[in-house]
Design a protein around this ligand. Sequence first.
Ligand code: FAD
Length: 394
Amino acid sequence: MLKDSNKMEKIFDNTEVAFALKSFSELDRAYFLFKMIKSEPLVRIGTAVTNFALKAHLPVEQLIRASVFDHFCGGVTETDCLPTIDKMYTKNVHSILDYSVEGKEEEVQFDLALEKTLNNIDFAHKKPSIPFAVFKPTGFGKLALYQKLTEKKTLNEVEQKEWNKVVARYDKVCKSAYDKDVPLLIDAEESWMQDAADDLIEEMMVKYNKKKAIVFGTLQMYRWDRMDYLKGLYERAKKKGFLVGMKLVRGAYMEKERERAEEKGYPSPICPDKKATDDNFNAAVKYMMDNERMSLYLGTHNEESNYKLMEIAEKKGIAKDDGQLWFGQLYGMSDHITFNLAKEGYNVTKYLPYGPVRDVMPYLIRRAEENTSVAGQTNRELSLLKAERKRRKG
Ligand SMILES: Cc1cc2nc3c(=O)[nH]c(=O)nc-3n(C[C@H](O)[C@H](O)[C@H](O)COP(=O)(O)OP(=O)(O)OC[C@H]3O[C@@H](n4cnc5c(N)ncnc54)[C@H](O)[C@@H]3O)c2cc1C
C-alpha cells in the first residue's frame, strides 16, 4: 500500500497533463494573476478600488474581464461557457455550470436564479459533459428569512408567504432534477442561516432521494458540529428510507464566521485550528465511505485530501468511475489535481462560474481573498506554472 500511495503522490506533479489546455500566454496570465493575488495589500486595495469603480460606473468591466474574470469564470452567459466546457471534456474533465450572482434580495432575482437553475438542469440532462446542476440557498431567498428560521423565530405573515415561495423554488428544481435524473448540489453558506437550508434540503432528500441521491447538501467541515449533523442525518435516512448525497468542503467563510461570533459573544462555530478542520474533514470522508448508500462529492484543492479519498476507494475496491463518487475543484484553481484525476479515469468536475461581471464580484473577491490567505496553495500554483513554462521551453 505504501508503494501504491507513493505512486499516487506523483500523479498531481504532472504539469504537462495539468496545463495541456493552456497556451503559453495563458500560462503567463495565470502566473501574473497569482503573483498579484498573493499580495495581501494588493488584494485589499484592488478590491476597494474595483468596488468603488463599479459603483461609480467607471468603465472597469473590460479590465476585470481580461484579468480575474476570464481566469475564474466561464463567461457572462451559459452559451459563453460552452467552448470551455467542450474543451475540458476532451480531457475527461466535467463541468458544473454555476450561476454565481450573489447578494441579491429581490423576488425577481430569486425567480431568475430559479430559471437559470432549471435551464442548467435541462442542459445537464442533454450534455454528458455536465453531470450536476448547482445552486446557492441565498440565490433562492433572502438571507434574513433563513436566519430567522435558523434562530427558531416565528415568521410574520409577509415573511411566511415569501418563505413559501422559497420552498416552492426548492421543490421545483429538485423535482426537475429528479425527473431528468440530474443530481443537484446545494451549496452551504453562513452558519447563522444554514439550519433552515439544511432542514429544507433534508425535506427534499426525503422526497427525491428514494432510489438514488439526486439532492446533495453541503457540509463545511471547518464547523466542529458537522460530524454530529452528518451522523444524525444518516440515521434519519436509514429510518425514513432515503439516500444521502453530500458535498464535503472545508468552508469559505471562516473569517466572517469568527468575527461575527466574537462581535456577538457566542462560541465560534469554527474548529480551533487548521489541523482540527483537517481531522474533521478526514473523519467525514471516512464516515461517508464506511457507511453504505451515501454519495460523496469531494470539493477540495487540498492534494492530501484527494489522495486520501483515492486510496480509500482503491482499498475498498470502488471503481474510479463509480457514479457515487465525485471529485471537484473550482475553475481557475488546482488544474494539476483536476486534469490528473481525469487522466487517471476518476470522476472529476470543475465548478464553472458565470454571470454578469459586476454581479459575480463577491465570488471573485472570495477567490482572491482565499488565495491570499491560503498562501501555500498560491505558491503551489506559481511553482507549477513555472515548472510547466520551463518544461515547454525545454
Ligand atoms: C467544488 C467546490 C465547491 C465548493 N463549495 C463550497 C460551498 O458550498 N460552501 C463553502 O463554504 N465553500 C465551498 N467551497 C470552498 C471551500 O470551502 C474552501 O474554501 C476551499 O476549497 C479551500 O479549502 P481546501 O480544502 O481546498 O484547501 P485547504 O487549503 O486544505 O484548506 C483551507 C481551508 O481550511 C480551513 N482553515 C484554514 N485555516 C484554518 C484555521 N486556522 N482554523 C480552522 N480552519 C481553517 C478553511 O476552511 C480554509 O478555507 C467549495 C470548493 C470547491 C473546490
